[in-house]
Write a protein that binds this ligand. Sequence first.
Ligand SMILES: Cc1cc2nc3c(=O)[nH]c(=O)nc-3n(C[C@H](O)[C@H](O)[C@H](O)COP(=O)(O)OP(=O)(O)OC[C@H]3O[C@@H](n4cnc5c(N)ncnc54)[C@H](O)[C@@H]3O)c2cc1C
Length: 364
Amino acid sequence: MYSTVVVVGGGPAGATAARILADRGIDVVLVEKSPSYLKPCGGGIPSTAFSELDIPLSSISHRYVQKLRILSPSSREMFIELQGGSIVIVDRREFDMMLRELAKNSGTEMIEGRLTGVKQERKRIISEIVVNGEIKRVSSKYLIAADGVNSTVRRLMNLPPVDYVYTYSGRVDSVITDSCEFWFGSEHAPSFYSWVFPKPNGTSVGTGTLNHTKAKELFSRFTRRRAGIQNPKELKGYKIPIWRGDIYNIGRVLFVGDAAGHVMPFTYEGIYYAMKSATLAAEALIKDKPGLYRKLWKRRFYTRFRFMNTLKGHFLDSDEGIEKLFDIFKNPKVQEASMRLWLRKDTSRGGLLSYISLFRKFLS
Ligand SMILES: Cc1cc2nc3c(=O)[nH]c(=O)nc-3n(C[C@H](O)[C@H](O)[C@H](O)COP(=O)(O)OP(=O)(O)OC[C@H]3O[C@@H](n4cnc5c(N)ncnc54)[C@H](O)[C@@H]3O)c2cc1C
């Protein structure tokens, strides 16, 4: 079997890449190993993403959140009303299925199977996919690796695995909140945060850490700090990439979303950036120039990612740093500038520069 592009992984990144390519008349095969998989995820996506990426919301369970609640390590509390947009919380199983359905309706050929082999030859790439216990080979000009943080394609191509923060999270019915809550403190979330997010069904609670082995213990500590968390269900450990910005394409193989580590430092927002990196990779392949992907990504996102990485290193690694950041965030100008960049996804250079200038004096 031959297809111009094989996309491995049908999460937000892969399904988006496949849809855009198919919309442009390029033949594309999307390989997904478990179509009813529920990815452990808070499911929070800025509302602007839906119009920007032309994603309908009507067919899936979702809810809108208009408020953030932030707790500092010393339990100072701040509420921030979102302006000019909201956070949409989706059910990840339904969301991913819907994105794949959009890709299919655009003409993508779907294969339910697990990629187990990749061979790059001079003019084509051979993907080996296990379908119902049998190996199916698909030859293609390009391959898009959208197979998440544990990327098989990276492993098969002898690339280093994605660096990650380890999370431990679950769902509870015992907490009812109308805010996305971020709880900071090294006691339960060193160099990260713990969260409480309302979901379409129940509430997502979780914590993250660089220390893999301590995740469960830290989660228990968080449940002791945040009152009301009882009988968590669907508890699961999972990884969120730490951005390095080192891999875009190796020849005709392009890496997008978590497989490329494209998660915003500090906020650890991954869904939007998975879909955006996929659109840029697709744009490069539409022009038949795989190397263009790196340029497009860097032009659009590099300064933002690098700046957020600097903020993370400066403030998130100690409780004192987070207390300082908490004070900075009381300033309405900082709140508005953050809203512009993070919630409304303002792409103007002016928006970014005013954000950087607000923080510059605190970074020296
Ligand atoms: C606990 C937690 C909470 C999070 N909360 C948020 C949040 O609220 N908001 C946010 O923006 N981000 C959040 N993230 C990050 C977000 O989940 C990811 O960044 C996002 O899912 C990345 O999308 P992706 O398509 O790159 O990868 P994935 O969503 O991981 O999709 C990869 C797909 O590839 C498939 N696959 C893997 N290997 C193979 C193979 N060999 N063959 C075929 N198919 C394969 C998988 O089945 C999967 O469907 C969170 C992450 C975690 C762990």
